[in-house]
Design a protein around this ligand. Structure first.
Ligand code: 5GP
Length: 342
């Protein structure tokens, strides 16, 4: 279906540099022909799969292409407009601030540039409410995590509500959450919301158990948290007791081979429990998808009716990190538009 439901989609799990479209990659390659980067190096097409490690190599290639303020501004503006064109009304983008000595890019300028892109889109009248989560790459350890939280706090106070939280992501095979706990606790104490990638791979159970005590405000992937896919009773209870929403990214998990096929996606366990589960894209550029497609996949794989898809989309409103006033506005929009769908 060309979904009118798409009118009120909420995208809550989108990594900026993983969301770069084919068209924007073309422009970046044009800016940096000397890098000899070809399109096949930045995206995983239909029917293709990669190991998780290979997926992380793809991000390194994209980072080579996106290393100046001008690049970040173009990428962020393009990504926001593409989500808006897909019918997304509320978007939380996340990105890891990088410094690039060769181009003079600093982490502070990185965040400022993403914020500028959000504001420019707003001024141009792009019909989407965008918020930003500053990402901690778990590879970089305690010190960088603390520095990132301090930067995020600074921007939370000065960005007119655009910076709303912290994301913990990066290669799950590297580093341990216990080293990041103090930084994450600090973030929580100062009012930043927390979205943590948890249990993307089976061996992270002990780490998840520890980080769930914070508790986080949302969980990215959580692939191996449910007991039916190897999760312990302890982690399962913590997720359920605290009613922590899960951000679920079907295509990403299948193409990255942490989930064997769509029908085995852990969406089915959590959805059937009635646990808050939000359909997201993760990296729409790298995995060649968009949010409408992800909703469609969930509907066709798990036999969801139009009403069920509608409810799934509605439920996501309660999971956003923007303040209650924004939730109320989105809920009103949902009520106003419902008669057009049913
Ligand atoms: P960026 O933070 O540069 O805007 O977006 C790319 C980064 O997001 C990657 O380098 C990685 O740290 C993180 N990322 C993107 N997709 C995933 C994912 O599926 N799992 C994890 N753990 N991290 C991811």
């Amino acid at each position: 279906w060309t979904s009118p439901e798409a009118l009120r989609e909420k995208e809550l799990h989108a990594h900026l540099n993983g969301s770069v479209s084919f068209e924007t990659i073309e422009k970046l390659i044009g800016r940096k022909p000397h890098l000899n980067i070809e399109h096949g190096m930045t995206a995983i097409g239909k029917g293709q799969r990669r190991t998780l490690d290979e997926c992380f190599q793809v991000f390194k290639v994209i980072h080579q292409l996106v290393d100046t303020e001008e690049d970040i501004l173009m990428v962020a503006k393009d990504v926001i407009k593409e989500f808006a064109a897909d019918g997304v009304k509320y978007l939380e983008l996340r990105s890891t601030p990088r410094e690039e000595k060769s181009t003079g890019l600093t982490k502070k300028r990185y965040i400022e540039t993403v914020i500028k892109a959000i504001q420019l889109c707003k001024n141009e009248g792009v019909d989407i409410d965008v918020r930003f989560l500053v990402a901690i790459d778990r590879r970089n350890g305690t010190e960088v995590a603390v520095e990132t939280v301090k930067l995020a706090e600074e921007f939370m106070l000065s960005s007119d509500g655009l910076v709303v939280g912290i994301d913990l992501s990066g290669d799950p095979t590297v580093g341990h959450g216990k080293d990041l706990l103090p930084a994450l606790q600090m973030a929580k104490n100062c009012g930043l919301k927390l979205s943590l990638h948890l249990s993307e791979i089976q061996s992270q159970l002990e780490e998840s158990d520890l980080l769930l005590d914070l508790p986080p405000d949302r969980i990215g992937h959580g692939t191996f948290l449910h007991p039916d896919v190897g999760g312990s009773q302890s982690v399962f209870d913590k997720v359920v007791k605290n009613n922590i929403p899960l951000e679920l990214c079907l295509t990403s998990n299948v193409k990255g081979q942490t989930v064997a096929c769509y029908s085995k996606h852990h969406f089915k366990y959590w959805y059937h429990l009635g646990h808050p589960s939000v359909i997201c894209t993760d990296d729409k550029g790298v995995f060649c998808t968009d949010l409408s497609q992800e909703y469609q996949l969930a509907a066709s794989t798990f036999g969801l009716s139009r009403e069920a898809v509608w409810e799934l989309s509605q439920q996501a409103i309660d999971c956003i990190f923007a303040p209650d006033a924004v939730k109320q506005q989105l809920k009103q929009k949902w009520i106003d538009l419902k008669p057009q769908v049913f």
